[in-house]
Design a protein around this ligand. Structure first.
Ligand code: NAD
Ligand code: DAU
Length: 339
């Protein structure tokens, strides 16, 4: 089987590639990634050593390029991680989110229709459901919760989900969608809450908490997300949506305080800053369907996962230092400049 993984030079996509190389070495893997600011080829250095892995630089919204790739490679399965993924950036500049997250998804699915596919999997997010109130801890997002988005990012992801379901109904494209809660773990880009706070705390820099810090996120260790997607593409029912989450709800302040404690730093570093416009209050996933149908359960709770994550950032300082300095963007030119 040949699996095309888009956005594989980013956080979750790269973790998924390593999960696949370890658990399904019999398959061929192609990573397609545009290497935007969030894509880092250094992350895939070890994957490059495997004969059954190859990397292609390109944009999922570039129809000519994508069709040529499908013509040459004829993948059996496509897993689409490629996206603009940061809510704050979407508030500053929404247009790129529409192009990559919506048009890009459409182009990939058109290529699947043209060249044939066993499965197209769309990696979506719990943000498509909007948010839940802070004082109703009995409420959770199920697959039936209506789409009700808050940011340009979440609206673009919800639009893509609707397009995927439309391609299933209209063209019979064999699709699945997963909607996951907040991930954390190795290779998380340091603009996101957890890596940002770890790196700032290590430098004794201020820890900018939006608003009051009472917003709640439902944290899932990235490897658990990878195992869930792996099950869905192999055993999930075509045309279905699966929520993925592990009941690890924490307020942002709880997360930041845990990081401070683990690193032996001072809570004085916490600085409350202006809130994110339209800031979602609480996300909480009900993962009963994927558990019932596919037997999936997360393996890592937050207390262990955050320790593992902090340890990874302490042991991989050169990875994030090169991101902070911008040097990681030279890597592609070094690797492929003369090829
Ligand atoms: P990320 O920003 O770390 O990585 C995105 C990757 O996509 C990067 O490598 C980037 O270069 C690539 N990319 C961007 N635009 C592209 C384009 N036009 N063509 C080809 N490649 C392009 O994102 P992530 O956190 O790894 O998220 C991956 C997916 O999972 C996204 O679809 C996101 O919506 C979804 N998701 C993320 C989370 C989370 O907590 N991070 C949770 C649920 C769902
Ligand atoms: O729920 C899944 C989503 O999780 C994914 O779809 C997104 O791609 C991913 O980026 C993430 O979105 P969030 O907006 O929840 O993640 P972020 O790390 O940006 O913020 C987490 C929470 O922390 C949120 O309530 C905002 C807050 N925050 C964030 C930053 C960067 C702060 O208080 N301070 C910060 O500096």
């Amino acid at each position: 089987m040949k699996i095309l993984i888009t956005g594989g030079a980013g956080f979750i996509g790269s973790n998924f590639i390593y999960y696949q190389l370890q658990n399904h070495p019999e398959n061929q893997f192609i990573c397609l990634d545009a290497l935007t600011y969030a894509g880092n080829l250094e992350t895939l250095q070890s994957a490059m050593q495997h004969d059954n892995f190859s990397f292609v630089k390109g944009n999922i919204a570039d129809r000519v390029f994508v069709y040529e790739l499908f013509e040459t490679e004829k993948p059996d399965i496509v897993v689409n991680f490629a996206a603009e993924s940061h809510v704050d950036r979407s508030i500053l500049e929404p247009e790129l989110f529409l192009k990559t997250n919506i048009i890009g998804t459409g182009v990939l699915m058109d290529a699947c229709r043209e060249y044939g596919i066993k499965r197209y999997h769309q990696v979506s997010t719990d943000e498509v459901y909007g948010d839940l109130p802070l004082d109703r801890l009995d409420l959770f997002f199920t697959e039936e919760t209506p789409l009700h988005t808050s940011s340009p990012y979440s609206a673009s992801k919800a639009s893509a989900d609707l397009l995927v379901l439309a391609y299933y109904r209209t063209y019979g494209l064999p699709v699945t969608i997963s909607r996951c809660s907040n991930n954390y773990g190795p290779y998380h880009f340091p603009e996101k809450l957890i890596p940002l706070m770890i790196i700032n705390a290590l430098h004794d820099k201020k820890l900018p908490v939006y608003g009051t810090g009472e917003n709640v996120r439902d944290w899932l260790y990235v490897e658990d997300h990878c195992s869930a997607i792996d099950l869905i593409i192999r055993k999930g029912r075509v045309g279905q949506v699966y929520n993925i989450g592990g009941h690890n709800e924490k307020t942002n302040l709880e997360v930041v305080r845990t990081i401070i404690k683990e690193l032996g730093k001072d809570e004085e570093l916490i600085t409350f800053v202006q809130d994110r416009p339209g800031h979602d209050r609480r996300y909480a996933i009900d993962p009963a369907k994927i558990h019932r149908e596919l037997g999936w359960l997360p393996q890592t709770n937050f207390a262990d996962g955050i320790k593992k994550t902090i340890k990874w950032y302490l042991n991989n300082e050169s990875w994030w230092q090169r991101i902070i300095s911008g040097e990681y963007q030279d890597y592609y030119v070094k690797m492929y400049g003369n090829r």
